[in-house]
Design a protein around this ligand. Structure first.
Ligand code: PEP
Length: 258
């Protein structure tokens, strides 16, 4: 089963009008070398409109880092609805990033609501799942992943993953410089795909599962080697065009060899 690789940059709470414009200028120019890779950038919400305008006519897609779980717009101060994200050109939105889960108390049920709202708005959710170091050391990796993915499958159905992406991001590897080994990444991805296959084998074969956690130009090719690894969700390294493009090059190289 060949799936088009996706490399998504999560800029987190970084950037400025000037630095974004420079970064996007370089990304748009360089990305033309990798026509077989889907490339997405997820800037902070306040910059989505400007970045989206700059991306017009390029192959680079726009995503948001979060959205409100509320099904309708209205009196929810500080929140951003999926229809607004669509309005400024977003095609994707990250849901359930570990920083949202750990720092802002988002549990599996809320993440499932966000996933559902995203799809109702025509956005492709990128569902982040992953275990903490303690959970891994206690042998709970699979049960944690099963619950994180399972809550969304129960709420939205396996068919919903026809228009969704999964990102496996071990919490202990995010922003730490530590990475899963390529085998650990492949094992987790295979487990997630098998879990989805238990409900719908066809959808499981189609869904893209990204690896995230300290991916850099130098380690991307080995991390993307596994047959169930379909690209990456990139934090820190997505803020430097050269580094981000090396990761896209690695995804392109792996896609050719799979
Ligand atoms: C992330 O925030 O999704 C991420 C993977 O971050 P980093 O690449 O910096 O570890």
């Amino acid at each position: 089963m060949s799936r088009r690789p996706l490399v998504a940059g999560n800029w987190k709470m970084n950037g400025s009008r000037d630095s974004n414009a420079n970064l996007i200028h370089d990304v748009i120019f360089e990305v033309r070398k990798y026509p077989d890779v889907d490339v997405l950038v997820c800037p902070p919400a306040v910059y989505l409109d400007a970045v989206g305008r700059q991306l017009e006519g390029s192959a680079v897609q726009l995503g948001a880092q979060d959205l409100s779980e509320q099904p309708k717009t209205g009196a929810y101060t500080g929140e951003i609805h999926g229809v607004m994200l669509r309005d400024v050109g977003c095609t994707h939105v990250i849901v359930g990033h570990s920083e949202r889960r750990s720092l802002y108390g988002e549990g599996n049920d809320k993440v499932a609501q966000k996933f559902a709202t995203a799809q109702e708005c025509g956005l492709i959710p990128i569902l982040c799942v992953g275990e903490t170091l303690e959970q891994r050391e206690n042998g709970q990796t699979e049960s944690v992943l099963a619950e994180q993915l399972g809550t969304v499958v129960t709420a939205c159905g396996a068919q919903a993953f026809k228009q969704a992406v999964i990102a496996y991001e071990p919490v202990w590897a995010i922003g730490t410089g530590l990475t899963a080994t390529p085998q650990q990444a492949q094992d987790a991805h295979a487990f997630l795909r098998a879990q989805l296959a238990a409900s719908d084998a066809k959808i499981a074969g189609l869904v893209r599962i990204l690896y995230g956690g300290s991916v850099k130009g130098e380690n991307a090719e080995s991390l993307f080697a596994g047959p169930d690894v379909d690209g990456g969700l990139i934090g820190g390294a997505s803020l430097k065009a050269g580094e981000f493009m090396s990761i896209c090059a690695a995804a392109a190289a792996q896609a050719r060899s799979k």
